[in-house]
Design a protein around this ligand. Structure first.
Ligand SMILES: *Cc1c(COP(=O)(O)O)cnc(C)c1O
Length: 414
């Protein structure tokens, strides 16, 4: 029997009664979903089930960095589909070796672990940091310092690492060993370091936290504290990686290298993949059996990853992201100047925030009705994440639309 009633009381072990919500969905209501069913995508555009076309400045939240259904990646994945999808990591997987070589050749990392999501990559980073401190250095260090407003994932460890209380409600007890300090506050960071501290972990742009770019001088001081106290520096590049900010990874804008960094969203062009990358001295902290995942680095996933990274490097897409990002930010600053509802346009490359004086939810919905998709970063920041092939014409369209949408929002709320 199906009963559509949200307030239906059920007990553990009660008879077999299905309860769905008002929309008739049988999914857990973990998302406040927009009433849009997107069924086809190509390049910068998406189509819904009614045939409406949308300019997409969400990109699956920084996932489809090469646009929707990019031919090069689609072809490689199709070829691999006919060869071999999956083998156990008990066997050598050539595509995985190749992807690791590509990543280590183009970054400061020397070793890679492949998994399936951003949270899982961060979980691996946390485990590697603890294990290095405990097994290799023989110190009892376990604590990770992270930053307020940060976002690191939804597993128990990564939601504890996340510097936002709302993701933790109702999930007690949380794992031990995480403390949070405000970003750009060196005295608070120094005060948080104890003999138990194993690592400092941060995003180079607080993305979910409102598009705040980390200051280079702050990062230098963080690195100096790590060296002074024997801490590892972990950078969460799940959203900032894969060319989006104007470099393959955002830390390459800085003169500070991480000991460990993570990647996920853009690395497989939409195929679910995560990666945890580390320096050579950390390699032997993991030994056979100390960490694993069934679906990490399968031949099918690696076909997507190799094609994605090769394309980004061969076509110099980070450079393109930088140029298009500069153009987007400049255009937004110019066109939105004088609208007092907008307080700041900020970001780097093609991760851009428009900070506003009030909630932006209505503006997002109005955009959907005009065929323009974008999201927020916190309640009062509009976030633009176009793909790396975005054109100046598409940017001009987006800037003109957002100006109109904001002006209409201001007029409607006057
Ligand atoms: C999205 C995100 C994560 C979590 O990635 P999932 O694939 O959703 O687990 C972690 N860190 C940052 C910075 C992210 O943007």
């Amino acid at each position: 029997m199906t009963v559509t009633n949200q307030s239906q009381q059920t007990q553990a072990g009660a008879p077999d009664t299905q309860v769905t919500n008002e929309t008739g969905s049988s999914l857990f209501p973990t998302y406040a979903r927009y009433p849009l069913s997107l069924i086809k995508g190509k390049g910068s555009y998406l189509w819904d089930d009614k045939g409406n076309k949308y300019l997409d400045f969400v990109s699956g939240l920084a996932v489809t960095n090469l646009g929707h259904a990019p031919d090069k990646i689609v072809n490689k994945v199709k070829e691999q589909l006919d060869e071999l999808w999956h083998v156990s990591n008990l066997f050598t997987i050539p595509g995985q070796e190749q992807a690791a070589k590509l990543l280590t050749a183009n970054t400061c990392a020397d070793a890679v672990f492949f998994c399936n999501s951003g949270a899982e990559a961060n979980e691996a980073a946390i485990k590697l940091a603890r294990r290095y401190q405990q097994k290799v250095l023989g110190k009892g260090k376990f604590e990770i310092i992270t930053f307020k407003q940060s976002f690191h994932g939804r597993t128990l460890a990564t939601l504890t690492a996340t510097g936002q209380d709302k993701v933790k409600e109702g999930f007690l007890p949380l794992p031990e060993g995480f403390v949070h300090v405000p970003l750009h506050d060196i005295p608070a960071l120094e005060a948080a370091i104890t003999p138990h501290t194993a690592a400092i972990m941060l995003e180079l742009i607080l993305a979910e936290g409102g598009i705040h770019v980390v200051d280079p001088e702050f990062l230098r001081k963080v690195k100096a504290l790590c060296e002074e106290h024997g801490l590892l520096l972990i950078m969460d590049e799940v959203q900032t990686g894969m060319g989006r900010t104007g470099k393959l990874f955002a830390h390459q804008h800085y003169d500070v290298e991480p000991d460990i960094f993570t990647s996920a969203k853009g690395i497989g062009s939409g195929f679910p993949v995560g990666a945890m990358l580390g320096k050579g001295y950390l390699r032997d902290a993991f030994t056979p059996g100390s960490h694993a995942t069934t679906f990490g680095g399968t031949p099918l996933a690696m076909a997507a990853v190799n094609a994605t990274i090769e394309t980004i490097i061969e076509e110099e897409l980070p450079k393109r992201a930088q140029q298009m990002g500069d153009y987007l930010i400049e255009s937004l600053r110019k066109e939105l100047e004088g609208i007092s509802f907008v307080t700041e346009v900020r970001g780097r490359g093609l991760i851009v925030g428009i900070a506003c004086k009030g909630p932006v939810g209505d503006i997002i919905t109005a955009g959907q009705n005009r065929g323009f998709l974008f999201v927020n970063a916190g309640p009062e920041v509009i976030r633009f994440l176009p793909n790396l092939y975005v054109t100046t014409e598409e940017i001009d369209t987006a800037v003109a639309l957002i100006k109109t949408l904001i002006e209409e929002h201001v007029a409607a709320n006057a």
